[in-house]
Design a protein around this ligand. Sequence first.
Ligand SMILES: Cc1cc2nc3c(=O)[nH]c(=O)nc-3n(C[C@H](O)[C@H](O)[C@H](O)COP(=O)(O)O)c2cc1C
Length: 334
Amino acid sequence: MSKLDELMARGTALLGSDYAILCGAMSWVSERHLVSAISNAGGFGVIACGAMTPELLDAEIAATKVLATRNFGVNLITMHPQLFDLIAVCAKHGVTHVVLAGGVPPKGSLEAIKASGAKVICFAPTLALAKKLVRSGVDALVIEGMEAGGHIGPVATSVLAQEILPSLADEVPIFVAGGIGRGEAIAAYLEMGASGVQLGTRFVCATESIAHPAFKKAFIRAAARDAIASVQIDARLPVIPVRALRNAGTEAFTDKQREVANKLDAGDIDMNAAQLEIEHYWAGALRRAVIDGDVENGSLMAGQSVGMVTQEESVSDIVAALVQQAEAALRARG
Ligand SMILES: Cc1cc2nc3c(=O)[nH]c(=O)nc-3n(C[C@H](O)[C@H](O)[C@H](O)COP(=O)(O)O)c2cc1C
């Protein structure tokens, strides 16, 4: 067994994959083709349910099962109004792993997933919440730093890893996400106690990814500093920052916040509706860029590791490069 296999052993045992490398769910991008390609290449693909209805998720899982020869997971957002119906769809298909994103899992959701026989993986934004999730019986955690693409927390990956791995890495497998573009970083987090890693940005330009050619081109051109976090213009609005490549859509989001804040002031909507409107805005803007290729006005969600995306290449080549870099780094350290 290689050193890398040894360090990833708990992660691969949990996932049933060759490598403890998850491709994090990315709305519109992580559908049947990318997900099956990642799992078939020995990593672990995760379908992004996002705002899908139970019927759409049902169809996506069925189609992925046709293409995938290995396990894959489904990412569900905790605030989805039909969360329990979505869990039932996963159970019907015998989905082996459910990833819960977007906040504290609602009462009964962990139990419902576990009752189906699936493993539950949750995002943990702080040590206190991570401990609580472990006590609640989650099978694994993802800790994601603010270098990541998409919705982000306020803390850097390197700090989260230092805060959470020493306390909890012995209790459950922990996957580190955010800002990982090369295998040397994978080796470093594994040596700190992680059981694996989750990458998103690095896989967007895979040949198997259905992202529009213009979306991929924007990634290939971009440098780390182009992937900026959105700015909150009104302290009252519960806006979760989003990291994306700077474009005209970046300014449009400022206008959108103003529009929602005005509606809030006028009493036309309450705070929940305001947050939902913001989230719908993101889902629509991301679709416009990923599917329609409108890279000016759509949202180009990307992490800082985008600077390490330099060409379109197959998923198996990306996974092989990451593994080779991680193995070389570990060998060099003796
Ligand atoms: C375009 C894009 C869309 C994303 N959509 C989601 C999502 O729908 N749900 C989710 O939990 N995470 C989402 N993420 C986060 C990824 O799953 C992953 O955790 C993140 O990309 C890891 O950081 P990295 O981008 O630095 O590799 C998204 C990321 C990107 C780049």
